[in-house]
Every structure is written in C-alpha cells, then in structure tokens.
Design a protein. Structure first.
Length: 601
C-alpha cells in the first residue's frame, strides 16, 4: 500500500475501534456521526442565465445539479471566511449525490460528519447540456460557459478559486493566422521584372503617387507608423478583393507596357495565384482562400476582431512583414488573444450554518410542506452542531447562483441613417446590422465566495446571443422600442469598478463603413461598439450590490443605444486601455434585480 492508502486505512480502523455514548458532550468525541442531510435550491424568477430554455432554465426549467461538493466546518455563529479551516478528518468522503424530493428540496441519507460540525460550504454545477463522456468542444463550452475550479486537497477556503477559462490559452499565433499573414506579405512584396532584363522594381519603391499611396494604405502605414489591420479570414478576403478592384481601376490609366501598369498587373497576379487561393475571372475576385487560410479565428473559438496583423520587422529578421499580433504591447491597442474567455458557468453556492434534529423521518416534510421555512421548523436545534445523537442535518441557507447574469437590449435607432467616421450616411434599416456577440471586460478570478480575488483580467466572449436581434430604425417586432433580450453569465465585479462592454455586429448592408482609425468595415465583416459602465456614487447605508455593476445571484439589465458608427472598430481594442472610443450609450441606467424563489419543474 502507498502512504495515502495507509493513512486512510488507519483512519478507518480508528473509527471502528472507538466508541462514544450518545450522551457525550458535543465536543467530546471525534467519531463520525451518520445523519441525513438536506438543503433547498433557490432560483431566480427572471430568466437568469442563457439564451435557450434548455440552458437558461427559463420559465421554471431546471437543468439539475451535478458535481456536488459539501465541505463541513466547525464555525458556529457566523459565515465561513477565507481564514477558516475545513473539518479535514472527513474530507475524503465529501462528494455526494442528492436526491430531489420535489421541485425545491434535496435530500440524502447515510452521510457521515465529525462531531462538532456546525456549518458548510456547498458547491454544485448545473448539469451541462452536452454529453460529459468526451471533452466538450469550443462551441459546447461557449454555450454552457466554463470556469476552471480549483478545490485543494484540504478544502480550506483560501485555496478554492474559480477562474475564467481562456478560449485559446496561448500567446503564439495559430497556423491559419500565420498563413494569412504570409499571403498579405507576399502581396506587399510584389515586384516587377522588366521583360528581357534583370531590372526589378518593387511595389514598395514606386514613386508614382497613386501607386505609392496604395502601397502605404495596404500595409496600414500612417505618417510612417504602421497601424493594426483586421486579419480574420473574412476580413482578409474582403481586403485583398478591395485591393484587386482598386488596382484594376488604377491600371487603366497607365499605358500598356509601362512600369506603372506592369506593377499593377503583378499585384493582381500575386492576389490570384497564391497557394490555395481560388480566383473567379468572371467575377474578378478571390472566392476562396483555401483550407490553410479559411475559418480563422472561429477555428479556435475567438471573435473575428481578435485577428490582427501589423507591418513590422520581427526580431531576428532584416525586413518587414505582416505579423499576427497576439499580445497587448505599447504599440498595439489590442487585446491579447489569451485573454478571451468563455462565459461563466452556472455554479451554485452557499455558505451556511445548520439546523439539526435528534429525530429521524424529516424526509416526509419535503413533500408535505411547501416552503423551506416550514421544513426547517421540523428541526429542533437552531445554530445546530453535529453531536453523536444527531440524526438529521439541514443546511439553512438555500443554494444560490455563484455567478451573475447580464441582460442586454438594444434601443431603437431614432434616425434612418447614421454617420460613420468619414461622415458618410449609413442606412440602418431593420436587419442590416445583426448583433452577433457580447464581450464583457474586466472579468477577474474569484475566491471561494465567488468574489474577485485577483487583478488579472479576462474578456468573456459570448456568441450565443438571441437570434434576430439587430440595430433597427423601426419599432422592433415585439411592438416595442427595445429589442428582445440577449443574456450571458458573468462573474461578480469589484466595488466601484468600471466595466467595459462590447457589442459585436455584422455588416450585412451593401455599404463599407469607415470606423475608428480609418478602419474599413466591409460588407459581410464584423464590427465592434464599446460601452463603459460604472456604478454611480451611492449614499451611506446603500445596499451592498449597488456598489458594483455585477453581483452574484443577481441580474443586471442594460439598454444600449447607438447614434453613430464613427466609433465602430473593425478589430477588438484593448478593453483596459484609457484610449477606448465609446460607441454605444447605456441609456437605461443599469439595474440589478433580486432573485426570488420559484418552482423548479
């Protein structure tokens, strides 16, 4: 036997050989006491989690609970704190399965707890909507949320943490990102060799004003300094096709056989003939980038706006090229790709004292009584403590959500057109700009009590928004000036912390929009509008939840209004940057609602 097994066997032998009278003082014996254990689960009356009823628990739907963890403590007159120690003698037997006796109450028999136990931490997860027999996919984690939970061997609260799970937990570029960058680099490095000679002219060296300007625009150069360029597969496809058409228009102004016309023709040939690319001569455009370059960054679960390249000279090289930007730097106002995380997972939690009884048979009350308070009244001892004659234990406080819930609605746009950064009129319509995702910034790892315990910041990306929600210049289909609700789960924020919130839209119009930093948002590509929300100053004696934007077990509701697309981003900016351009207003003051108990059918 190994050392761990020896210790466990020795502990079990000690339990068998030691006996205590049921009349012993409650602190006088450390034998395990076999009892029943029961608790209640509170749920919010509002739709408090996700988009569809099977995940959301909407309208009373209940997914059930799994991965129960019940951790006992000797704390008798207050909530368990981070400095308390678990009753570690029985830690190897703490994971249990509860039976649901009806729609509200959970009950299990045959539990063993040490004498002196007086309180519990309890955790449980909502049962995932996907199969648990295999590693969940990115899409499944995105739909159900995912947190990385750490429960140390001793189960002491100081070591219990819940951290947003990074979608792509590396700072190195994906192969598809590198392939896309290589394609763009090949185009930028286009050169023309004079027929019958060894004379070569590089696009980058042309001094013809229009050709030079086209080159500088393509590499994203402004006043000698390179800027970030949107580099998802969708954006690159649109980008190179726009270049092809611009070159097509330009070359017609140059004489056949001239150097200027020849470099234009070579640029087009590079666009058409790069490895894997499919080009349609009849449509005069690239129709497919090939497997090596298609589907990025969706293939790694990230939003399109996370794909960024910059024209720069990499370390160890002697000439510039397009380089995927994967980390926030002093030059880049972008979010590092390892910072994007799944939405929060639906965790339940309670920190509670107990009631006890020396009588058996409490299970009968779970069907005969309709409230938890009435069930608790059947236990004789308030602020109870497990003693050798304890037969039943009830955890007083119901399980609540450990996470918070965000509801987002769009306000009707009051005009039929809005301006972009080039002062062009952009037609809003009713379906030109569907909402495709919500990104919540400033999400921190949380401690055993689901309160932030770190300055580390993640950005939760939720593409599972309500289908059909769009910016609209007309009344929405619900005959209201606000859209249907889109929902996501998040973690509690810090007191007085300003939260960045990003709405992702798709440009389904026929217009190209100019946004922040002259970023072009082509038809069929995504763009991003940023909002910031900070709790207003509260008066002394205000409720605790009023000090923050998100609070566990509460719903925060925001209504967003868009009046312009001039502050639209075609890439996702660094949400911690003070230079953020705010493009959407929170027109309805964010508010939190208090969950109420409902039947969990």
């Amino acid at each position: 036997m190994n050392k761990k097994t020896d210790i466990l066997v020795a502990l079990l032998i000690t339990m068998v050989m030691t006996a205590c009278s049921i009349y012993d003082d409650r602190d006088g014996c450390d034998d395990p006491v076999e009892t029943s254990l029961s608790l209640s689960v509170a749920n919010a009356k509002q739709v408090t989690t996700r988009q569809t009823s099977d995940v959301t628990q909407a309208n009373g739907y209940f997914r059930g609970l799994t991965n129960w963890l019940v951790i006992p403590f000797e704390v008798r007159d207050r909530k368990i704190t981070v400095d308390d120690l678990a009753k570690r003698e029985r830690l190897y037997g703490l994971t249990t399965k509860f039976d649901k006796t009806d729609s509200r109450f959970f009950y299990t028999e045959g539990c063993e707890f040490m004498n002196g136990v007086a309180s519990f931490l309890v955790y449980a997860r909502a049962i995932p909507t996907y199969s648990t027999t295999a590693e969940p996919t990115n899409a499944e984690k995105s739909a159900n949320g995912s947190l990385t939970a750490v429960f140390p061997a001793d189960m002491n609260p100081i070591g219990i943490t819940f951290t947003p799970e990074a979608i792509y937990g590396r700072s190195t570029a994906d192969d598809k990102a590198n392939a896309l960058a290589s394609y763009l680099t090949a185009i930028a490095n286009t050169s023309y060799t004079v027929q019958g000679t060894s004379t070569t002219y590089k696009w980058s060296n042309f001094t013809t004003p229009a050709i030079k300007a086209m080159y500088q625009n393509f590499i994203g150069q402004e006043n000698v300094t390179a800027i970030d360029i949107a580099a998802s597969s969708t954006n690159v496809l649109k980008y190179v096709n726009a270049l092809y058409q611009n070159v097509n228009s330009l070359k017609a102004s140059y004489a056949v056989g001239s150097d200027d016309r020849s470099i234009c023709e070579e640029i087009q040939e590079t666009i058409k003939n790069f490895t894997g690319v499919t080009f349609s001569d009849s449509e005069e455009k690239v129709t497919n980038l090939g497997d090596a370059m298609s589907g990025y960054p969706a293939n790694i679960g990230l939003p399109d706006g996370a794909a960024v390249v910059r024209w720069e000279t990499p370390t160890g090289k002697d000439k510039p090229e397009f380089v995927p930007q994967t980390q926030t730097t002093t030059m880049d106002n972008v979010t590092g790709i390892a910072r994007y995380a799944y939405p929060a997972e639906l965790y339940y939690y309670t920190n509670s004292l107990i009631k006890t009884s020396t009588e058996e048979g409490q299970k009968q009350y779970y069907t005969s009584e309709d409230t938890w308070a009435k069930v608790l009244s059947k236990y004789e001892y308030d602020n109870g403590v497990v003693t050798p004659n304890t037969k039943a234990v009830a955890i007083i406080d119901p399980l609540q959500y450990g996470v918070a819930h965000l509801q987002v609605m769009l306000k009707k746009v009051e005009t039929t057109t809005v301006k972009d950064a080039a002062d062009a009129d952009i037609t809003i319509g009713t379906s030109n700009f569907p909402l495709t995702a919500i990104i919540v910034g400033n999400q921190h790892p949380v401690a055993f009590d689901f309160k932030p315990n770190s300055t580390d910041a993640y950005f939760m990306y939720d593409p599972n928004v309500t289908s059909g929600v769009c910016l609209s210049s007309s009344t929405y289909t619900n005959s209201s000036d606000v859209s249907a609700v889109s929902r996501t789960l998040v973690l509690q924020s810090n007191d007085d912390e300003e939260i960045s919130l990003v709405l992702e839209f798709q440009n389904n119009s026929t217009q190209t929009i100019e946004g922040v930093n002259h970023g072009l948002i082509y038809p069929g590509t995504k763009f991003y509008l940023v909002a910031k929300v900070k709790p207003e100053a509260v008066a002394e004696g205000a409720e605790d939840y009023e000090k923050r934007v998100f609070t566990q077990d509460r719903t925060t509701t925001m209504t967003m209004k868009v009046e312009s697309l001039a502050k639209a981003y075609n890439i996702l900016p660094n949400l911690l940057s003070p230079r953020l351009e705010i493009g959407v207003q929170v027109v309805t003051k964010w508010m939190q609602v208090v969950p109420t108990d409902v039947m969990l059918e």
